[in-house]
Design a protein around this ligand. Structure first.
Ligand SMILES: [Zn+2]
Length: 431
């Protein structure tokens, strides 16, 4: 029997329970699934064979906090803290966002993700419909849902209309991909947060929310709700095992206890947090309490790119400065970028590790890259040396979307041109 695809001559960072690493291994893909991960020769007869020439195969990276379409604002608000950043970006969004411009921005964001080895994304943005279609065609595993804010958002929907629209949209979404995205506890009142929680419970949606990103937010939320963001979410019924808290930088010991007790996950976005001077999240403490911590890039307007390799390194470096070298060990970094991200999205049964039975979301790194040589510890190479330029092949659901370094599932030139065309409008909106 001939299988669809075999990746041979690979070092496999499986990210299974034991963090097993296999050398001289073959990964067999058939029907979109991983059907064998083996060191036993010879490789099976396959319709296609990718010779990894000793390169690393790892699970596709999972980006647990993004605003894909914000690639269109990349580099427009640098050297600012979050408050100044939002003051510059929010009016621009009001002028520029439409289903068409969001589609252009998201297309570029999806191209950037796939080319950089990110195969799953949890997104949050207005006009989600066109993004869905682009992701489906390009082969990105996209999770997102309606965004809730108290004011009419960029799409002009008032809160009540938004609830109706969201309920319809969620009912039409397959159950494993249902999300609600209440923006934050500073842009929604308690009643609204409660209604979003009720909707999530009704349709079985998971929750994606910004929480405790900056010290300013804590003051705002305290003035508004007389509690911390995490406490407000708990009281609203939005904190639980299907919640992803984006950022979670400023957590008190009590907040961390609540997060741990409820099983909520944290989407740690170090590039954004450090660039905007939001702070350094208490990651070793969260990990010690058993909180699932995954990694995110945030939008390209704040962190300027969608690079999860960068996120792995920054997640380590900042903690080493605070707590000593190795405060977040290599194995934890690799897990945060892969299986723990999949867990946060509720898809760890499908993706996040290179194991038989999982869907084939895979990254193959360049086996001949000078910067990845030598390769004493493949997990260390992944966490500390690899970058987007080392990605040679990317598979999503068994489909080869990046082939020998070329993104083949999308028209990249058109993705770039689509956002380049928006430049005059965006420049006019922020000047
Ligand atoms: Zn964000």
């Amino acid at each position: 029997m001939t299988v669809d695809l075999a990746i041979t001559n690979a070092i496999v960072v499986t990210v299974d329970t034991d963090s097993t690493i296999l050398r001289n291994a073959t990964v067999v893909v058939d029907g979109g699934a991983i059907t064998a991960v083996t060191t036993a020769p010879p490789p099976p007869a396959a319709k296609r064979t990718i010779d990894a020439v000793g390169g690393i195969v790892l699970p596709g990276l999972v980006n647990t906090h993004a605003h894909l379409a914000m690639t269109m604002f990349r580099g427009l608000a640098d050297d600012m803290d979050l408050a100044s950043f939002l003051a510059r970006l929010l009016p621009a969004e009001g002028h520029v966002l439409s289903a068409e411009t969001v589609a252009a921005g998201a297309t570029l964001g999806i191209a950037e993700c796939l080319r950089g080895g990110i195969t799953s994304v949890l997104d949050m943005y207005f006009f989600p419909e066109p993004t869905d279609e682009v992701a489906r065609r390009a082969g990105l595993r996209l999770h997102h849902g309606p965004v809730f804010v108290e004011f009419p958002g960029a799409d002009g929907r008032r809160f009540d209309d938004r609830m109706t629209w969201a309920a319809e949209r969620l009912a039409a979404t397959e159950p494993g991909r249902r999300w609600v995205c209440p923006h934050s506890t500073y842009l929604l009142d308690e009643h609204q947060l409660g209604r979003v929680a009720d909707l999530a419970a009704e349709v079985g949606a998971r929750v994606h929310v910004h929480a405790a990103e900056t010290a300013t937010e804590l003051r705002q939320v305290d003035e508004r709700h007389r509690r911390s963001p995490v406490e407000v979410l708990r009281d609203a019924g939005l904190l639980g095992p299907t919640t992803v808290l984006a950022h979670a930088v400023h957590l008190s010991d009590e907040d961390m206890g609540l997060v741990a007790a409820t099983g909520a996950a944290v989407a740690h976005c170090p590039a954004s947090n450090h660039k905007l001077a939001s702070g350094v999240a208490r990651i070793p403490e969260l990990l010690a309490m058993g909180v699932p911590v995954a990694l995110g890039t945030d939008g390209a307007a704040s962190a300027n790119d969608l690079d999860l390799w960068m996120a792995m390194r920054l997640a380590s470096y900042a903690q080493s400065v605070r707590h000593g070298a190795g405060a977040v060990p290599v194995d934890a970094l690799v897990r945060m970028a892969t299986i723990d991200g999949a867990r946060a999205l509720g898809i760890a049964h499908l993706v996040g590790s290179v194991e038989v039975g999982k869907r084939a979301d895979l990254v193959v790194l360049d086996g001949r890259a000078p910067s990845l040589t030598p390769n004493y510890d493949p997990a260390s190479t992944v966490a500390y040396a690899a970058g987007r330029g080392d990605v040679r092949w990317v598979l999503v659901d068994g489909r080869v979307v990046v082939d020998d370094g070329v993104l083949t599932s999308m028209d990249v030139a058109e993705a770039v041109a689509g956002v380049a065309r928006l430049r005059p409008r965006i420049e006019a909106a922020v000047s």
